[in-house]
Ligand binder design. Sequence first.
Ligand code: AMP
Length: 296
Amino acid sequence: MEIVRTIEECRALRKTLGRLALVPTMGALHAGHLALIAHARNNAPAVAVSIFVNPTQFGPKEDFNKYPRPLSADLEKCEAAGVDFIFNPPPEEMYRPGLPDIVVDLPALSTVLEGKHRPTHFKGVCQIVAKLFNIVQPDVACFGQKDYQQLRILQAMVEALDWPIDVIPCPTVRDPDGMAMSSRNQYLSVEDRARGLSISRALMIAMAEFKSGVNQTNRLVATAHRPLLEAHVNVDYVAAVDALTLKPVERIEAPTVIAIAARVGTTRLIDNIILSPVTPAPVQSDTVDPDVIDAE
Ligand code: AMP
């Protein structure tokens, strides 16, 4: 596995490879990231992982300085996962002094949900991912559904800017108790983790209610609130939005995301599930119809 730290080295290495899948990360890798790497490997013969804690996606009061950076453990995990190369630039390589500021924004998608609480976050995400796409030039890029709004914005960015890149969504990887894995979970004390578990529980209860036939989102959202209130977490939002437009939905008639953001102590956690109405299975042409057989 090669490790490159400059844009020039990265471009030179990329030229030697054929079809390439990129997994952009901020490091502190866990099984969720490794699942993305496995998806990447299934979609391209060569896999690159970027490890970069991107300052422009953190707000002024957020955890940029304390964000975990266990680089040597991350490199070992990538090596074991069969990654071909790591792009791990220092901040001054990506944001060289004197570079003009640039904003890539999709306001219809970036100002809702997380955007209300982290107003500059997605501008930073789009900026760094656009730069990574231009530097690494992947054919495929894998992103987790754990950060659903980010995934949707990046899919839309690629579409709007005609980038020849397949954006592949990867399902959320959870701990055995249901908690969505996140690099930020390591900030949680044992007590706070137990309270944070109310978020995935809230989503599972809403899903069970949906499966029992309830499709009015006000009822599902009210149900999801209950465990959060019991656990005394500070809820930023519980929302039901269309999976493509991220606009609020009243009745689930198309894939709908139930998204939760809540603060547990000083740690902010997000999670979501996608609820899809079941469409009746199409009648198979080879299905035996007893009435027809009788008629013959
Ligand atoms: P991060 O390092 O947090 O920026 O995440 C890098 C990528 O990993 C993003 O595409 C995330 O959505 C994805 N990711 C993070 N946690 C999980 C998880 N628990 N399951 C699946 N993907 C995840």
